[in-house]
Design a protein around this ligand. Structure first.
Ligand code: FJE
Ligand code: FE
Length: 290
Protein backbone atom coordinates (compact mmCIF):
# COMPACT_ATOMS: atom_id res chain seq x y z
CA UNK A 1 0.00 0.00 0.00
CA UNK A 2 1.40 3.38 -0.97
CA UNK A 3 -1.29 5.95 -0.32
CA UNK A 4 -4.35 5.79 1.92
CA UNK A 5 -7.74 6.96 0.76
CA UNK A 6 -8.98 9.93 2.76
CA UNK A 7 -12.34 10.35 4.45
CA UNK A 8 -14.46 12.63 2.28
CA UNK A 9 -17.70 12.60 4.28
CA UNK A 10 -18.81 11.36 7.67
CA UNK A 11 -22.37 10.38 8.63
CA UNK A 12 -23.87 9.53 12.01
CA UNK A 13 -26.66 6.96 11.57
CA UNK A 14 -29.49 7.90 13.92
CA UNK A 15 -32.23 5.47 14.97
CA UNK A 16 -35.44 5.33 12.93
CA UNK A 17 -38.44 2.98 12.83
CA UNK A 18 -38.60 0.21 10.23
CA UNK A 19 -40.49 -3.02 9.71
CA UNK A 20 -42.96 -3.64 12.55
CA UNK A 21 -41.73 -2.13 15.81
CA UNK A 22 -38.06 -2.47 14.85
CA UNK A 23 -35.39 0.21 15.01
CA UNK A 24 -32.63 0.66 12.44
CA UNK A 25 -29.75 3.07 12.13
CA UNK A 26 -29.71 3.66 8.39
CA UNK A 27 -26.59 5.18 6.89
CA UNK A 28 -26.74 4.31 3.20
CA UNK A 29 -30.24 4.69 1.75
CA UNK A 30 -31.28 7.71 3.74
CA UNK A 31 -31.84 11.14 2.26
CA UNK A 32 -28.26 12.44 2.64
CA UNK A 33 -26.69 9.29 1.16
CA UNK A 34 -29.32 7.90 -1.17
CA UNK A 35 -27.11 5.46 -3.07
CA UNK A 36 -23.45 4.53 -2.84
CA UNK A 37 -23.18 2.45 -6.00
CA UNK A 38 -23.52 -0.59 -5.73
CA UNK A 39 -24.86 -0.25 -2.14
CA UNK A 40 -28.51 0.66 -1.66
CA UNK A 41 -29.00 0.35 2.09
CA UNK A 42 -26.93 -0.19 5.21
CA UNK A 43 -29.03 -0.73 8.32
CA UNK A 44 -27.67 -1.44 11.78
CA UNK A 45 -30.75 -3.07 13.31
CA UNK A 46 -31.88 -3.75 16.84
CA UNK A 47 -35.03 -5.79 17.32
CA UNK A 48 -36.76 -7.84 20.02
CA UNK A 49 -39.98 -9.88 19.86
CA UNK A 50 -42.73 -9.30 18.92
CA UNK A 51 -41.15 -6.66 16.67
CA UNK A 52 -39.48 -7.74 13.43
CA UNK A 53 -39.66 -7.77 9.67
CA UNK A 54 -42.70 -9.94 8.82
CA UNK A 55 -43.61 -11.18 5.33
CA UNK A 56 -42.26 -8.85 2.62
CA UNK A 57 -40.87 -9.21 -0.92
CA UNK A 58 -37.55 -8.32 -2.58
CA UNK A 59 -36.49 -8.09 -6.22
CA UNK A 60 -33.43 -6.92 -8.11
CA UNK A 61 -30.68 -6.95 -5.46
CA UNK A 62 -29.02 -8.93 -2.63
CA UNK A 63 -29.38 -8.64 1.13
CA UNK A 64 -26.43 -9.43 3.38
CA UNK A 65 -27.37 -10.04 7.00
CA UNK A 66 -24.50 -10.13 9.50
CA UNK A 67 -25.47 -10.81 13.11
CA UNK A 68 -23.68 -9.17 16.05
CA UNK A 69 -25.84 -10.30 18.98
CA UNK A 70 -28.81 -12.64 19.39
CA UNK A 71 -30.36 -14.26 16.33
CA UNK A 72 -32.81 -13.80 13.47
CA UNK A 73 -35.02 -16.56 12.07
CA UNK A 74 -35.88 -16.28 8.41
CA UNK A 75 -38.30 -18.25 6.31
CA UNK A 76 -39.19 -17.80 2.67
CA UNK A 77 -41.99 -18.76 0.30
CA UNK A 78 -39.95 -21.68 -1.09
CA UNK A 79 -39.68 -23.31 2.34
CA UNK A 80 -36.09 -22.19 2.91
CA UNK A 81 -35.71 -21.52 6.62
CA UNK A 82 -33.01 -21.02 9.21
CA UNK A 83 -31.65 -19.03 12.10
CA UNK A 84 -28.79 -16.57 11.69
CA UNK A 85 -26.86 -16.42 14.97
CA UNK A 86 -24.22 -14.03 16.31
CA UNK A 87 -21.26 -13.99 13.92
CA UNK A 88 -23.16 -15.77 11.12
CA UNK A 89 -23.76 -14.33 7.66
CA UNK A 90 -26.60 -14.82 5.23
CA UNK A 91 -25.84 -13.58 1.71
CA UNK A 92 -29.20 -13.69 -0.08
CA UNK A 93 -29.53 -13.01 -3.78
CA UNK A 94 -33.17 -12.05 -4.18
CA UNK A 95 -32.87 -11.87 -7.99
CA UNK A 96 -36.29 -12.14 -9.65
CA UNK A 97 -38.08 -12.55 -6.36
CA UNK A 98 -38.08 -13.62 -2.74
CA UNK A 99 -40.87 -13.24 -0.23
CA UNK A 100 -39.75 -13.87 3.33
CA UNK A 101 -39.95 -12.93 6.97
CA UNK A 102 -37.03 -12.01 9.24
CA UNK A 103 -37.87 -12.15 12.94
CA UNK A 104 -35.75 -12.08 16.11
CA UNK A 105 -35.22 -15.48 17.74
CA UNK A 106 -34.90 -16.17 21.46
CA UNK A 107 -35.00 -13.76 24.38
CA UNK A 108 -33.30 -10.39 24.47
CA UNK A 109 -32.40 -8.03 21.68
CA UNK A 110 -31.10 -9.18 18.32
CA UNK A 111 -28.58 -6.89 16.69
CA UNK A 112 -26.83 -6.93 13.36
CA UNK A 113 -26.29 -5.28 10.02
CA UNK A 114 -28.14 -5.60 6.79
CA UNK A 115 -26.50 -4.41 3.58
CA UNK A 116 -28.38 -4.24 0.28
CA UNK A 117 -26.12 -4.82 -2.72
CA UNK A 118 -27.54 -3.85 -6.09
CA UNK A 119 -27.46 -6.23 -9.06
CA UNK A 120 -26.66 -5.13 -12.61
CA UNK A 121 -29.49 -5.19 -15.18
CA UNK A 122 -28.46 -8.59 -16.54
CA UNK A 123 -28.53 -10.12 -13.04
CA UNK A 124 -31.72 -8.59 -11.64
CA UNK A 125 -33.98 -11.43 -12.76
CA UNK A 126 -31.70 -14.39 -11.90
CA UNK A 127 -32.85 -17.30 -9.76
CA UNK A 128 -32.82 -16.54 -6.04
CA UNK A 129 -29.86 -18.01 -4.16
CA UNK A 130 -28.58 -18.23 -0.59
CA UNK A 131 -24.98 -18.35 0.61
CA UNK A 132 -24.85 -18.98 4.34
CA UNK A 133 -21.85 -19.10 6.64
CA UNK A 134 -21.79 -19.94 10.29
CA UNK A 135 -19.53 -17.94 12.56
CA UNK A 136 -17.06 -20.84 12.98
CA UNK A 137 -16.65 -21.15 9.20
CA UNK A 138 -15.79 -17.52 8.52
CA UNK A 139 -12.19 -17.04 7.39
CA UNK A 140 -10.17 -15.15 9.96
CA UNK A 141 -6.64 -13.77 10.22
CA UNK A 142 -4.68 -12.06 13.01
CA UNK A 143 -1.42 -10.13 13.05
CA UNK A 144 0.12 -7.34 15.17
CA UNK A 145 -3.06 -6.65 17.17
CA UNK A 146 -5.30 -6.68 14.09
CA UNK A 147 -7.94 -9.36 13.59
CA UNK A 148 -10.06 -9.57 10.48
CA UNK A 149 -13.12 -11.68 9.69
CA UNK A 150 -13.53 -11.98 5.94
CA UNK A 151 -17.21 -11.95 4.97
CA UNK A 152 -16.42 -11.31 1.29
CA UNK A 153 -13.17 -10.86 -0.62
CA UNK A 154 -9.75 -11.36 0.95
CA UNK A 155 -7.58 -9.82 3.63
CA UNK A 156 -4.32 -10.68 5.40
CA UNK A 157 -4.12 -14.00 3.57
CA UNK A 158 -7.67 -15.10 4.45
CA UNK A 159 -10.30 -15.52 1.78
CA UNK A 160 -14.09 -15.81 1.80
CA UNK A 161 -15.83 -18.51 -0.25
CA UNK A 162 -18.79 -16.21 -0.93
CA UNK A 163 -19.43 -15.50 -4.60
CA UNK A 164 -20.29 -11.85 -5.07
CA UNK A 165 -22.20 -11.37 -8.29
CA UNK A 166 -21.58 -7.67 -7.86
CA UNK A 167 -17.89 -7.64 -6.89
CA UNK A 168 -17.82 -6.76 -3.17
CA UNK A 169 -15.35 -6.70 -0.30
CA UNK A 170 -16.79 -7.01 3.22
CA UNK A 171 -14.34 -7.10 6.14
CA UNK A 172 -14.90 -6.97 9.92
CA UNK A 173 -11.78 -5.60 11.68
CA UNK A 174 -10.96 -5.58 15.37
CA UNK A 175 -7.90 -3.59 16.47
CA UNK A 176 -6.26 -3.77 19.86
CA UNK A 177 -5.28 -0.47 21.45
CA UNK A 178 -2.52 1.24 19.44
CA UNK A 179 -2.76 -1.19 16.53
CA UNK A 180 -2.94 -0.06 12.91
CA UNK A 181 -4.61 -1.80 9.97
CA UNK A 182 -3.68 -1.30 6.32
CA UNK A 183 -5.97 -2.80 3.74
CA UNK A 184 -5.64 -2.59 -0.04
CA UNK A 185 -8.88 -1.58 -1.74
CA UNK A 186 -9.45 -1.88 -5.49
CA UNK A 187 -9.09 1.44 -7.27
CA UNK A 188 -12.40 2.61 -8.76
CA UNK A 189 -14.43 0.72 -6.16
CA UNK A 190 -16.61 2.76 -3.83
CA UNK A 191 -15.53 2.17 -0.24
CA UNK A 192 -16.59 3.06 3.28
CA UNK A 193 -15.97 2.14 6.89
CA UNK A 194 -18.67 1.73 9.53
CA UNK A 195 -17.70 1.85 13.21
CA UNK A 196 -19.23 -0.73 15.54
CA UNK A 197 -17.21 -0.22 18.72
CA UNK A 198 -14.47 2.07 20.08
CA UNK A 199 -12.93 4.96 18.27
CA UNK A 200 -10.70 4.95 15.19
CA UNK A 201 -8.68 7.34 13.09
CA UNK A 202 -9.46 6.73 9.44
CA UNK A 203 -7.54 7.55 6.29
CA UNK A 204 -4.96 9.75 7.96
CA UNK A 205 -6.98 12.04 10.22
CA UNK A 206 -10.68 11.61 10.75
CA UNK A 207 -11.74 10.35 14.16
CA UNK A 208 -15.04 8.49 14.58
CA UNK A 209 -16.95 6.35 17.06
CA UNK A 210 -19.87 3.91 16.92
CA UNK A 211 -22.67 4.30 14.33
CA UNK A 212 -20.54 6.50 12.06
CA UNK A 213 -20.12 5.81 8.37
CA UNK A 214 -16.95 7.17 6.82
CA UNK A 215 -17.09 7.58 3.09
CA UNK A 216 -13.64 7.13 1.55
CA UNK A 217 -12.40 9.13 -1.43
CA UNK A 218 -11.17 7.59 -4.67
CA UNK A 219 -7.51 8.64 -4.40
CA UNK A 220 -5.25 5.92 -3.02
CA UNK A 221 -4.68 2.19 -3.27
CA UNK A 222 -6.04 1.25 0.14
CA UNK A 223 -7.00 2.52 3.56
CA UNK A 224 -5.16 2.97 6.82
CA UNK A 225 -6.93 2.89 10.19
CA UNK A 226 -5.39 3.61 13.58
CA UNK A 227 -6.61 2.72 17.03
CA UNK A 228 -4.99 5.49 19.09
CA UNK A 229 -7.28 4.80 22.06
CA UNK A 230 -6.83 2.34 24.91
CA UNK A 231 -9.99 0.36 24.11
CA UNK A 232 -10.63 -2.10 21.26
CA UNK A 233 -11.80 -0.72 17.93
CA UNK A 234 -14.19 -2.67 15.73
CA UNK A 235 -15.31 -1.52 12.30
CA UNK A 236 -16.51 -2.84 8.97
CA UNK A 237 -14.64 -2.01 5.78
CA UNK A 238 -16.88 -2.49 2.75
CA UNK A 239 -16.17 -1.76 -0.91
CA UNK A 240 -17.87 -2.60 -4.18
CA UNK A 241 -17.49 -2.17 -7.89
CA UNK A 242 -19.93 0.50 -9.07
CA UNK A 243 -22.56 -0.73 -11.53
CA UNK A 244 -23.12 2.64 -13.19
CA UNK A 245 -26.74 2.08 -14.20
CA UNK A 246 -29.89 4.07 -13.42
CA UNK A 247 -31.75 2.99 -10.28
CA UNK A 248 -35.53 2.91 -9.94
CA UNK A 249 -36.59 1.89 -6.45
CA UNK A 250 -39.89 1.31 -4.76
CA UNK A 251 -39.20 0.04 -1.23
CA UNK A 252 -37.98 -3.55 -1.61
CA UNK A 253 -38.07 -3.55 -5.44
CA UNK A 254 -34.96 -2.17 -7.15
CA UNK A 255 -34.89 -2.06 -10.94
CA UNK A 256 -33.45 0.24 -13.62
CA UNK A 257 -36.58 1.99 -14.91
CA UNK A 258 -40.02 3.05 -13.68
CA UNK A 259 -41.55 0.76 -16.26
CA UNK A 260 -39.75 -2.23 -14.72
CA UNK A 261 -41.02 -1.15 -11.29
CA UNK A 262 -44.59 -1.07 -12.62
CA UNK A 263 -44.09 -4.57 -14.07
CA UNK A 264 -42.71 -5.73 -10.73
CA UNK A 265 -45.74 -4.40 -8.84
CA UNK A 266 -47.91 -6.25 -11.34
CA UNK A 267 -45.88 -9.48 -10.99
CA UNK A 268 -46.16 -9.31 -7.21
CA UNK A 269 -49.87 -8.49 -7.26
CA UNK A 270 -50.72 -11.34 -9.65
CA UNK A 271 -48.12 -13.82 -8.32
CA UNK A 272 -46.28 -14.25 -11.63
CA UNK A 273 -42.70 -14.09 -13.01
CA UNK A 274 -41.04 -15.36 -9.85
CA UNK A 275 -43.73 -14.57 -7.28
CA UNK A 276 -45.86 -17.69 -8.03
CA UNK A 277 -45.27 -19.24 -4.61
CA UNK A 278 -46.32 -16.09 -2.77
CA UNK A 279 -49.95 -16.83 -3.57
CA UNK A 280 -50.61 -19.41 -0.85
CA UNK A 281 -47.75 -18.64 1.49
CA UNK A 282 -47.71 -17.08 4.93
CA UNK A 283 -44.78 -17.29 7.34
CA UNK A 284 -45.19 -19.21 10.56
CA UNK A 285 -43.92 -16.14 12.34
CA UNK A 286 -46.95 -14.19 11.18
CA UNK A 287 -49.28 -17.01 12.27
CA UNK A 288 -47.79 -16.89 15.77
CA UNK A 289 -48.43 -13.15 15.99
CA UNK A 290 -52.03 -13.69 14.84
C1 FJE B 1 -37.80 -3.80 3.91
C2 FJE B 1 -39.13 -1.96 5.43
C3 FJE B 1 -38.32 -2.93 6.03
N1 FJE B 1 -33.86 -3.20 7.17
N2 FJE B 1 -32.63 -4.79 8.46
C4 FJE B 1 -39.27 -1.90 4.08
F1 FJE B 1 -38.21 -2.97 7.33
C5 FJE B 1 -37.64 -3.86 5.26
C6 FJE B 1 -36.76 -4.88 5.88
C7 FJE B 1 -35.52 -4.46 6.51
C8 FJE B 1 -34.67 -5.26 7.29
C9 FJE B 1 -34.65 -6.58 7.73
C10 FJE B 1 -33.61 -6.95 8.54
CL1 FJE B 1 -33.52 -8.56 9.17
C11 FJE B 1 -32.62 -6.07 8.89
C12 FJE B 1 -33.64 -4.41 7.68
C13 FJE B 1 -34.99 -3.21 6.46
O1 FJE B 1 -37.09 -6.04 5.88
F2 FJE B 1 -37.17 -4.70 3.18
C14 FJE B 1 -38.59 -2.80 3.31
N3 FJE B 1 -38.69 -2.70 1.97
FE1 FE C 1 -36.01 -8.88 3.77
Amino acid sequence: MEKTRQVVRKFLARPQHEGVGAVVRRSIGRFELRYLDPFLVLDEFSVSAPAGFPDHPHRGFETVTYMLEGAVTHEDFEGHRGTIKAGDVQWMTAGRGIVHSEMPAGPGTSKGLQLWVNLSSHNKMIEPRYQEMQSKDIACASRDGVTVRVIAGQSMGAQSPVFTRTPTMYLDFTLRPHAVARQPVCAAWNAFAYVLEGEGVFGGGDKAGPHHLLLLGQQGDGVEVWNNSDKPLRFLLIAGEPIGEPVAQLGPFVMNTEEEIDMTINDFEYNINGFEKAKHWKSQALVVLD
